[in-house]
Design a protein around this ligand. Structure first.
Ligand SMILES: Nc1ncnc2c1ncn2[C@@H]1O[C@H](COP(=O)(O)OP(=O)(O)OP(=O)(O)O)[C@@H](O)[C@H]1O
Ligand SMILES: [Mg+2]
Length: 288
């Protein structure tokens, strides 16, 4: 608990001077998920149904970090992939800006909703320099641009993130650390100025020292660019550090949700209480 309180203090310091939380909470809903259910089926003759997500509802406001926390297999990634339209739901409704997500054409939707995944290396092809995926991001934009124009935007995006473009561009993936790669991917998603970022365990392959810089980058984008984030993690300490609201998942269901401080300091569900008990050992490997 002490560690969690210290993290909160640090987050308050980081947010000092940024938008006030109360103003932010008065803003509208960006993403609305209603009664979302997903079955996976396996086998051809004797098909077996597996309920991965079971009647889940929640919403994400503009400029809010909403965390999905739960044990392995609780359905977090399935929800993230459904929101990204990489997976179709079995039933339920998902609205972005009040419109069904399937009413957008794919390009428009992926300009608005971007992703950062667990393994940054999987998003790069080792035969190309990292410039290629950065330039490729522009394919989703309607306006065609020259290589020079794209380079300018990429450089400006890196500079805004406090990274030196000359140290990054032209390099091959193996010449960069996991943390650098993850921040490059966040920068890439930001070329498109998305409204929502789905971040699925974005720091799990990043070393402890750069983990906080990845989280801080997401917080900065939230505050300064009004980005909303669906942050998926099994690490309650990270959810506490970055989240405004949190939903605790177990076996495909949300068992408890609310403001991060409320859920963590006044947990009601026995599963949440158990998760909180295991935070200190979890946190030992999470050195700041
Ligand atoms: N393509 C698939 N086919 C069949 N079952 C699947 C498939 N993908 C996931 N599942 C099952 O659905 C459930 C939810 O999986 P999901 O990946 O959403 O969990 P998770 O909360 O993200 O877990 P983790 O923390 O390990 O990433 C699990 O029981 C998993 O085995
Ligand atoms: Mg997962």
């Amino acid at each position: 608990m002490k560690i969690l309180r210290r993290l909160l203090k640090e987050r308050e310091l980081l947010n000092a001077g940024f938008t006030n939380k109360i103003i932010q909470n008065e803003m509208g809903k960006l993403l609305e998920i209603e009664n979302l259910t997903k079955f996976y089926t396996s086998g051809y003759i004797l098909t077996e149904k597996k309920v991965a997500v079971d009647n889940v509802s929640f919403s994400i406001k503009k400029s809010e970090v909403f965390c999905l926390v739960g044990e392995s297999g609780s359905g977090k990634t399935t929800i993230g992939n459904i929101v990204l339209r990489l997976l179709k739901p079995t039933s339920g409704k998902i609205l972005l800006d009040g419109r069904d997500i399937y009413s957008y054409d794919k390009k428009t939707y992926w300009r608005k909703v971007q992703a950062v995944f667990q393994d940054p290396y999987s998003s790069f092809n080792f035969f190309y320099t990292i410039d290629k995926p950065l330039h490729d991001a522009f394919h989703l934009l309607e306006k065609r641009s020259s290589r020079e124009e794209r380079k300018k935007v990429i450089k400006a995006t890196f500079e805004k993130m406090g990274m030196n473009p000359d140290e990054i561009m032209g390099r091959y993936p193996h010449q960069l650390s996991g943390g650098q790669m993850q921040r490059i991917l966040i920068a890439r998603s930001f070329i498109l100025h998305p409204e929502l970022l789905v971040a699925d365990e974005p720091t799990s392959m990043v070393d402890a020292s750069t983990r906080v810089s990845v989280l801080n980058e997401l917080l900065r984008l939230k505050e300064q660019e009004k980005l909303s984030v669906l942050f998926i993690t099994h690490d309650l300490a990270q959810a506490y550090y970055i989240g405004d609201r949190i939903a605790i998942m177990q076996k495909g269901k949300i068992v408890e949700s609310g403001l991060v401080e409320e859920v963590i300091f006044e947990p009601k569900h026995p599963y949440t209480k158990n998760l909180i008990k295991s935070v200190p050992p979890l946190h030992e490997k999470w050195k700041l």
